[in-house]
Ligand binder design. Structure first.
Ligand code: SF4
Ligand code: FES
Length: 246
């Protein structure tokens, strides 16, 4: 396939960015989107240019680092997958593809398509642990009875990979889907009840300090989330937050 790429290039957070045009040939429909980007970068390097910076690690949908907008959608046109799971067969010969970074005040651009998402790390660090008695009398987790429904919901929430698509797709740049998934994965389980009050207060406070917006129930986050995290988690987090406040 021959493709016309329009890619956001920006040297660093201080400089002004712009869309730059590239043409690329001989792209196999079986390549992944990131392999297509690798081919483009090899071509740019061969021509003594500066390769396009983009984040990637696992390339199998679990690390959440390959975040970018493809034709105006976080992680591209397919639902419930990340950019690294997207294949070029989804596009046609001669297509024009726009590739841009996730945009949010709390995710400053580092270079090109790479944004700084350490705000998410700080939110998790502010409340994302449970204390366990490791004095030698530790209770095996499998011996603690947990209702199947709650175990399933906690597991679903724990599948959030911290990619930031929820923030990028939200008109308010709200991080509430991400934070609510992290709150829910603990609050639904007995092990998470001990620090539940501090956790939700600290995580919500940190979320606000980082400059993320509020949720206005539009639901774009749920639609674009590659892991199908439900906005019901936001309702659960609000409930946990209110309980903690009182
Ligand atoms: S809730 Fe979904 S979109 Fe948001 S960070 Fe987690 S996996 Fe990504
Ligand atoms: S590179 Fe890890 S989720 Fe895409």
């Amino acid at each position: 396939m021959k493709l016309y790429l329009k890619i956001w290039r920006q040297k660093n957070s201080q400089s002004k960015g712009k869309i730059v045009d590239y043409e690329i040939d001989d792209i196999s429909p079986d390549m992944s989107f990131l392999e297509m980007m690798d081919v483009l970068n090899e071509k740019i390097i061969d021509e003594d240019g500066d390769p396009v910076a983009f984040d990637h690690d696992c390339r199998e949908g679990i690390c959440g680092s390959c975040s970018m907008f493809i034709n105006g959608e976080p992680h591209g046109p397919d639902k419930l997958i990340t950019t690294c799971q997207l294949h070029m067969r989804r596009f046609k010969d001669g297509d024009t593809i726009y590739i841009e970074p996730f945009r949010a005040k709390a995710f400053p651009i580092i270079k090109d398509l790479v944004v700084d998402r350490t705000a998410f790390d700080r939110i998790q660090q502010s409340g994302g642990f449970i204390s366990i008695n490791t004095s030698g009398n530790t209770l095996d987790a499998n011996t603690i009875p947990i209702e199947k429904e709650n175990a399933d919901k906690a597991f679903d929430a724990a599948t959030c990979i911290g990619c930031g698509a929820c923030v990028a797709s939200c008109k308010n740049s709200s991080a509430m889907l991400f934070v609510s998934a992290k709150v829910s994965q603990f609050s639904l389980l007995p092990q998470g009840k001990v620090e539940a009050t501090d956790r939700v207060l600290n995580m919500v406070n940190q979320m606000d300090e980082e400059g993320f917006g509020n949720c206005t129930n539009t639901g774009a986050c749920e639609v674009e989330c590659p892991k199908g995290i439900s906005i019901k988690n936001i309702a659960r987090m609000n409930n946990e937050y209110l309980k903690a406040k009182f």
